[in-house]
Write a protein that binds this ligand. Structure first.
Ligand code: BDP
Length: 692
């Protein structure tokens, strides 16, 4: 539609497909996803003048995309296949994997299933001319994580304070408009295409907080969900729905939603059968229960296993899954009562339930124990549930990381989380989420990676054009958590920005790396220090307010007084949270001497004069990082200004506007944080800089 065409092309502008499209391409496979791949090529060919073939008799070819089962393969593909068979035998690629190689002037992509061909095509797009150079030895690419999902916190209705998309910083929803389904399904299709190109294969289309209107998507508004599923399906994306636990009562008119009640179980079974009648490949449900006001099994004296298993039983006959969120805590805590600790909540609720969840329940755990902060330790729940399928949840939408007004490339944060070894060696978080042993064999507990999307109906998709890189990186790291986040950023830069013919063709790429590579650390440096978290404005979560949450019931405290700061979460003297970790981390975090600096205040309450491993005192670290952070933002801004004329004017204008705001806001953070700690501690800056 017209509107889709005015959306920014993101990382798939016509130039990104030039290398593929200017060649002779053969696609040998049938079915919906193969058609998508063929259309993709046809569209690019129309721009760049190559040719698309669907039968092998029109050779020779430069690029062959073929199913391993296809008959009549051209020589190069047949040879590649022989080599693959010789290496590992049949069906090594799975439904989504592909093999890619080049010899005798032909680039070959082989897959066992059409999804693999589509992903292989987009890999060739990423490689660009490099896919058509001298020979390429055959490489096999299979996703490490089978389930790669985005959750949209989109509402049909627009909330007067939150807007339409909860924690959305990119305008309204791309799925819903004016109280119903968007008329702009072309925009949804363009989104699906972007997601397919980074390997995302599942999407929820409504907020985890399921309000009254959105609850009806499960029943009388199901047709709208089916319409979205029809658009997402050709891109290999399954549609999932967030549902309200009280639906049997609220929608079904039952007297209860007790998960052990026979009528309730029958209602879920029947309702789910109707969902599958409308959407045969429906993915399943996502549930936020007993959390921040959402109803759940506690309301009926039942456990979360009881609740999840009832929904799972309804989905099981159709192959669907329940993503049951572990984000369950008491949001009416009292800061004066140090025996409660929000960080403990998910583990306290869920670890005892390990082994009690049905096989099609996936426990969806936020990467940190609190709530998507810029710096948190990895959630101990991830190491506590060996008998449960477990998905790790990340936040692409930048709720606590600058709300897409600040440049904050999150690839390095996610990479750190995914590479973390909860047992100190062997398995990583990524392996747990993928359901893999350290040696890559499957455990039978496949979960997945999930992230809250940052996309809306904004022309640049993500508000800040550079925030597109976070969506890109999520998909790429979910496919392969071992990728280097700087290299992933490099891919995104090269696909998104066309280098200008200037005296210094590398300037654009270099500058984008300089602006973005360390932007997460930069953001951290001018916001809440040393892992203590929050200090944001209540409600909006944007900008500094050191004590904004300090005397509220949300469980997000820093405990700063005139002597020191930080939350004592040790077993010896604190909340005992460190005891939720296996060794070596329980011990590492228990002692301030061994706790990593960046997490010190998450685990310990220390005096301002406590000396960090860096050799600085806590208060001097705060001053130094906050002065440096604001300076780094000023440098980002002037570096970007050096790109004048090399970037499309609309992108340039939007990025400049956002960098101005980031710069203003970073100074505000610097001044409020430094002043606060100067006043509390009375300790002046060692370098004599002025603090008010
Ligand atoms: C918090 C958000 C809130 C979400 C909640 C969640 O502030 O809007 O509903 O997470 O994940 O970070 O359910």
């Amino acid at each position: 539609t017209g509107e889709a065409s005015i959306a920014h092309a993101a990382w798939l502008p016509p130039e990104a497909l030039r290398a593929v499209a200017s060649r002779r391409v053969l696609v040998m496979s049938d079915g919906m996803l193969a058609e998508t791949a063929a259309q993709e090529i046809a569209r690019a060919v129309a721009h760049h003048g190559g040719s698309l073939h669907r039968a092998a008799d029109g050779g020779p070819f430069d690029l062959v995309l073929a199913l391993t089962s296809a008959d009549g393969l051209p020589d190069a593909a047949a040879m590649a296949l022989a080599e693959l068979d010789w290496r590992a035998g049949q069906d090594m690629l799975g439904a989504e994997g592909f093999a890619l190689g080049r010899r005798d002037g032909v680039t070959v992509v082989l897959a066992d299933g059409p999804a693999g061909l589509l992903y292989g095509l987009f890999h060739v797009v990423r490689l660009g001319e490099a896919a058509f150079g001298a020979s390429l030895p055959i490489e096999v690419h299979c996703p490490v994580t089978a389930r790669r999902m985005l959750n949209h916190w989109d509402n049909i209705d627009t909330h007067p304070v939150m807007g339409q998309v909860e924690r959305g910083y990119s305008g309204g929803s791309i799925f819903w408009r004016d109280g119903g389904l968007t008329p702009d399904l072309g925009r949804v299709r363009a989104y699906a295409r972007l997601l397919a190109s980074i390997g995302v294969n599942a999407v929820t289309v409504n907020n985890v907080n399921v309000h009254a209107t959105e609850a009806h998507l499960l029943t009388d508004r199901l047709g709208d969900v089916a319409a979205l599923a029809d658009v997402l399906r050709p891109y290999g994306i399954r549609t999932h729905l967030s549902v309200n636990f009280n639906s049997p009562a609220a929608l079904g008119g039952l007297r209860t939603a007790d998960p052990l009640d026979d009528g309730v179980r029958a209602w879920w079974a029947d309702t789910t059968r109707q969902v599958y009648a409308a959407i045969p490949d429906f993915g399943g449900y996502v549930v936020k229960a007993d959390s921040e006001g959402q109803p759940g099994p506690f309301g009926y004296g039942r456990t979360h296993a009881d609740g999840a298993n009832t929904l799972a039983a309804a989905l099981a006959p159709f192959g669907g899954v329940v993503h049951w969120r572990a984000f369950v805590y008491n949001h009416t805590q009292d800061w004066r009562d140090r025996s409660t600790d929000r960080a403990r909540a998910a583990y306290d609720h869920f670890a005892p339930l390990d082994g009690h969840f049905a096989g099609n329940v996936i426990l969806q755990v936020k990467y940190g124990p609190i709530d998507f902060q810029t710096r948190e330790p990895v959630s101990p729940v991830i190491a506590a549930m060996p008998g449960t399928r477990l998905a790790v949840e990340l936040q692409v939408t930048q709720e606590y990381t600058g709300q897409q007004r600040h440049v904050c490339y999150l690839g390095p944060l996610w990479h750190e989380v995914l590479a973390f070894e909860p047992w100190g060696g062997g398995r990583t978080v990524a392996a747990v989420a993928a359901g893999r042993h350290a040696d890559n064999g499957l455990t039978g507990f496949e979960g997945g990676l999930v992230a809250v999307s940052n996309v809306g109906d904004d022309p640049f998709w993500t508000g800040h054009p550079l925030a597109q890189a976070n969506l890109y990186a999520f998909g790429r790291l979910a496919w392969n958590p071992h990728l280097d986040p700087a290299a992933v950023l490099g891919e995104w830069i090269d696909l998104t920005f066309t280098p200008a013919a200037t005296a210094d063709p590398g300037l654009l790429r270099r500058t984008l790396h300089e602006v973005m590579d360390d932007s997460w650390q930069t953001y951290e440096s001018y916001t809440a220090p040393l892992g203590v978290g929050f200090m944001v404005r209540p409600g909006s979560h944007y900008g500094p307010d050191v004590d904004g949450y300090e005397y509220t019931p949300w469980g997000t405290y820093h405990f700063a007084d005139r002597d020191g700061i930080g939350v004592d979460r040790t077993r010896a003297t604190g909340t005992g949270f460190t005891g939720q970790y296996p060794q070596p981390w329980a011990q590492v975090y228990e002692s301030a001497a061994s706790c990593p600096d960046e997490l010190l205040l998450f685990f310990h309450h220390v005096p301002y004069t406590h000396v960090l491993h860096s050799g600085k005192t806590v208060v001097q670290h705060i001053y130094d990082t906050h002065f440096e952070g604001a300076d780094r933002v000023a440098r980002m801004r002037s570096r970007w200004a050096g790109l004048a004329g090399l970037v499309a004017p609309d992108v340039d204008a939007r990025v400049r506007e956002r960098l101005d705001e980031q710069s203003r806001c970073a100074q505000e953070w610097r001044d409020q944080i430094n002043t606060y700690f100067y006043r509390k501690s009375g300790i002046p800056d060692a370098h004599g800089r002025r603090i008010h």
